[in-house]
Design a protein around this ligand. Structure first.
Ligand SMILES: Cc1cc2nc3c(=O)[nH]c(=O)nc-3n(C[C@H](O)[C@H](O)[C@H](O)COP(=O)(O)OP(=O)(O)OC[C@H]3O[C@@H](n4cnc5c(N)ncnc54)[C@H](O)[C@@H]3O)c2cc1C
Length: 295
């Protein structure tokens, strides 16, 4: 198969890029599984135009049908490798299909780093969260623990003091920026220098066990350990991800390689749907303009 624009990743960034690119009447193919998007299990309330909390999975399903209406081909598969072929590119999907394209948009997202303790998986969405800025509002007046040693954890802990009645920051070491750590402490965050061993509860999170044998009553656990991307895929195109595994883009969502664009979580923080959609629109338009300039 041959196309003008190939978008890898069927989350909000890739879907929005597909909408904007295909409406510019360039051939567009979207490859990815919406079911693997970070948004799939999210309950969204911080997006313009929503009157109530909306399931991320519902928005993704609507989005996939929407891009098809604009003429975009959707392939529900993972990409296993990519390569540069002179002025063009090709990818190989998990079923072995080879697709050639004049431009590529990387919208492969970020996977939140997991802690790997008992209870983490079981209580995901029932008190375990990987995004304080997404879920803060659901913990008004409750007791929460933030897990993670770095600045991201410090910022999340400080943010949660504005919602929760008590915030613990649990970590064996504190490696955050000193100013952010002080800000969190000043806001009333209680730091517990210990290792989290287990998240406990019945239907939802009720407590955490730490390595000094103590059990602490909490309603929510925010795991703030950063993210990991499909950066190795980008390396197939001679793009080296940054130290935090994200890909640098300019204001047009162009990467360091001509004809390759990136948007959404993989292109840096904030890891939020609104930013993914905004960058998706920019990447879709930039790629369409690029392809038209080749003709
Ligand atoms: C539990 C949870 C709750 C959240 N709540 C909110 C919220 O309330 N508000 C908010 O704004 N944000 C929220 N977020 C963050 C939000 O979901 C992300 O910022 C957003 O989904 C990023 O969009 P994206 O398209 O860049 O990446 P993603 O949505 O992660 O999509 C990436 C896509 O790339 C695909 N992909 C990856 N590798 C490959 C490959 N090799 N081949 C093909 N496809 C590939 C994936 O399958 C997926 O389809 C939440 C996140 C989580 C995890």
């Amino acid at each position: 198969m041959e196309t003008d624009i190939l978008i890898i990743g069927a989350g909000p960034a890739g879907i929005q890029a597909a909408i904007h690119a295909s409406r510019k009447k360039v051939n567009t193919v979207l490859v990815g599984k919406p079911s693997n998007s970070a948004m799939m299990e999210a309950h969204i309330e911080n997006l313009f135009g929503l009157e109530k909390i909306v399931k991320g999975g519902d928005l993704l399903n609507i989005g996939v049908e929407q891009v098809k209406r604009f003429g975009c081909t959707v392939i529900l598969q993972n990409v296993v490798s990519m390569a540069i072929d002179g002025d063009t590119f090709h990818i190989i999907t998990e079923s072995g299909e080879k697709i050639y394209s004049k431009a590529i948009i990387l919208a492969t997202g970020i996977a939140r780093v997991k802690l790997g303790v008992p209870g983490e998986k079981e209580f995901f969405g029932k008190g375990v969260s990987y995004c304080a800025s997404c879920d803060c509002n659901f913990y008004k007046g409750m007791i929460v623990a933030i897990i993670g040693s770095e600045s991201e954890a410090a910022m999340s802990a400080e943010l949660m003091t504005k919602y929760a009645k008590k915030v613990y920051w649990v970590s064996e070491t504190i490696d955050a920026d000193k100013a952010l750590e002080t800000k969190a402490r000043t806001a009333g965050v209680e730091i517990i220098e210990a290792k989290l061993l287990q998240i406990k509860g019945s239907k939802a999170v009720e407590s955490i066990m730490i390595d000094d044998g103590k059990e602490i009553k909490v309603d929510g656990v925010f795991i703030e350990l950063g993210g990991k991307s499909s950066g190795d895929l980008a390396m197939d195109l001679d793009i080296t991800p940054d130290i935090d595994d994200t890909i640098k883009v300019n204001e047009n969502c162009e990467t360091s390689v001509k004809g390759v664009f990136a948007c959404g979580d993989i292109a840096g923080k904030p890891w939020q749907v609104a930013k993914a959609i905004g960058q998706g629109a920019v990447a879709g338009l930039s790629a369409a303009e690029y392809v038209k300039s080749l003709k």
